[in-house]
Design a protein around this ligand. Structure first.
Ligand SMILES: C[S@@+](CC[C@H](N)C(=O)[O-])C[C@H]1O[C@@H](n2cnc3c(N)ncnc32)[C@H](O)[C@@H]1O
Length: 228
């Protein structure tokens, strides 16, 4: 297990529901555009939300939540907010978040993401939100996600590209990696071509992707084949 210290905004209350509306109301779009430098660079998530700006975490969750179904495993779950949101919106129970650091959200702590203590085909959705770049054993973690998904189940990921990610991690004075031991092999982000290759090599099919936050971040979805 790695050490970390609780980060403001990494544990506690759920984000406000107005920040998760999808699509956003027109006025919120305008406010978010005007406040883009604040919410994208200057302010941590809680600060953005307090000012009425959609935080980056809410942008990610709003993209991922509609894709989640059945029993979910969230890898690199941080403070477990995604699963708490999912359950608060009527998602099924028995969901599990895992992480290598205890951020205080009740995750199962694991030494790495490539060997997880769950039976084969025991989840309908596996999510990796803003974390595959931090998971140095990322190929093994995706193979493990494939093993853990039921046939026809989906893996859902968000990932920023390398250039913006490296830049962002230099600017984001509040980001979680500043509060834990970093590991050699972590990157600021992963480019679409790398994501496609990683997902393909782990055995996933029917890959789809789309962009959000003005094209600066990407949502990836892929399936485990419906035959075993
Ligand atoms: C940027 S945070 C994202 C947290 C959460 N998914 C979210 O969107 O709020 C990256 C997370 O990846 C976790 N992480 C880093 N290395 C990991 C590993 N090898 N296996 C699993 N999680 C890892 C960190 O502890 C952290 O919680």
């Amino acid at each position: 297990m790695r050490t970390g210290q609780a980060v403001k905004g990494m544990a506690g209350a759920l984000p406000p529901s107005w920040a998760l509306r999808c699509p956003k109301p027109p006025l919120q779009r305008v406010v978010d555009l005007l406040g883009a430098p604040l919410r994208m660079v200057v302010l941590p998530d809680l600060g953005s939300e307090r000012l009425g700006l959609t935080s980056l975490r809410c942008e990610r969750f709003a993209a991922v939540l509609p894709q989640m179904r059945g029993r979910c495993l969230d890898i690199g779950a941080g403070d477990n907010v995604l699963l708490r949101l999912y359950e608060s919106r009527g998602g099924s129970s028995g969901n599990i978040g895992v992480d290598v650091v205890d951020w205080g959200g009740g995750c199962v702590l694991v030494p790495s993401a490539d060997r997880l203590p769950f039976p084969d085909a025991s989840f309908d959705t596996v999510t990796f939100v803003a974390c595959l770049n931090h998971i140095v054993e990322r190929a093994g973690a995706l193979a493990e996600a494939h093993r853990l998904l039921r046939p026809g189940g989906q893996v859902v990921l968000t990932m920023i590209g390398r250039f913006l990610g490296e830049l962002g991690h230099r600017l984001w004075w509040y980001s979680e990696d500043k509060h834990r031991d970093e590991v050699e092999g972590e990157t600021g982000g992963l480019d679409p071509a790398e994501m496609i290759t990683l997902l393909h090599e782990a055995g996933f099919v029917n890959q789809r992707q789309s962009s959000f936050v003005y094209g600066l971040n990407r949502l990836y979805i892929a399936e485990r084949t419906s035959t075993r």
